[in-house]
Design a protein around this ligand. Structure first.
Ligand SMILES: CCCCCCCCCCCCCCCC(=O)SCCNC(=O)CCNC(=O)[C@H](O)C(C)(C)COP(=O)(O)OP(=O)(O)OC[C@H]1O[C@@H](n2cnc3c(N)ncnc32)[C@H](O)[C@@H]1OP(=O)(O)O
Length: 167
């Protein structure tokens, strides 16, 4: 199995927010930004895996600052953790008001888990992650904790999981 660095799949993607992205209150709809985040995370995952990838989970999604029509939003994405076929990607969204001479602000943050698939739609192994800095090592360890927490949750007995009433 090959190894790749975090830097080999990093992404930065910018978009201008248009009236069609607004919610009834005039802010940019959160769902529009989440779609941009998902797309940026998919680019990172696909660069790392070079196979089809799907979103499996979103952790710790936080809205820190509202976004308005006319703002430039930028998604910064990088791998934090890699399991066997799953990859966790950190996405930070910044917003910039082009009419003001001030630095971009952090608007949203989240961790997306993607799973690489083979041609039959089954999970497929991905390259391991080569860690090259202390910051990457710290993010990897935190991602590993979320990965292990998911595995633990999945192993819980059915009685501890939400079920839908039969119609
Ligand atoms: C034509 C294209 C060109 C494009 C080129 C450019 C690309 C850029 C543009 C595209 C941008 C749009 C990108 C949008 C992407 C979608 O919108 S995809 C659509 C939404 N997602 C889905 O429909 C996925 C639905 N879920 C599933 O299909 C299955 O649950 C999954 C995710 C394949 C997992 O299957 P499974 O049988 O549960 O697999 P299992 O063996 O249990 O687990 C496999 C791995 O997944 C992990 N996993 C599974 N479920 C979870 C979970 N819920 N949470 C965390 N980890 C999980 C496991 O821990 C395991 O990890 P490893 O130990 O292998 O590392």
């Amino acid at each position: 199995m090959s190894t790749k660095t975090v830097g080999q799949s990093k992404v930065i993607m910018s978009s201008v927010m248009l009236p069609e992205h607004a919610n009834p209150a005039g802010h940019v709809h959160g769902g529009e930004i989440i779609k941009l985040m998902d797309t940026a995370a998919a680019v990172v995952a696909r660069r790392h895996a070079r196979t089809n990838v799907v979103t499996a989970r979103v952790d710790e999604l936080e809205f820190h600052h509202p976004i308005f029509i006319g703002n430039v939003v930028t998604c910064h994405g990088q791998l934090t953790f890699v399991g066997k076929s799953s990859m966790e990607i950190s996405i930070t969204v910044t917003m910039e008001d082009l009419s003001k001479e001030e630095p971009a602000k952090t608007a949203l943050t989240a961790f997306f888990t993607f799973v690489a698939l083979d041609e039959n739609g089954r999970p497929h192994p991905v390259p391991t992650l080569e860690i090259t800095s202390e910051e990457e090592a710290c993010l990897f360890e935190q991602g590993k904790q979320r990965y292990l927490a998911y595995k633990q949750k999945k192993a819980r007995p059915a009685a501890c999981q939400v079920t839908l009433e039969q119609q």
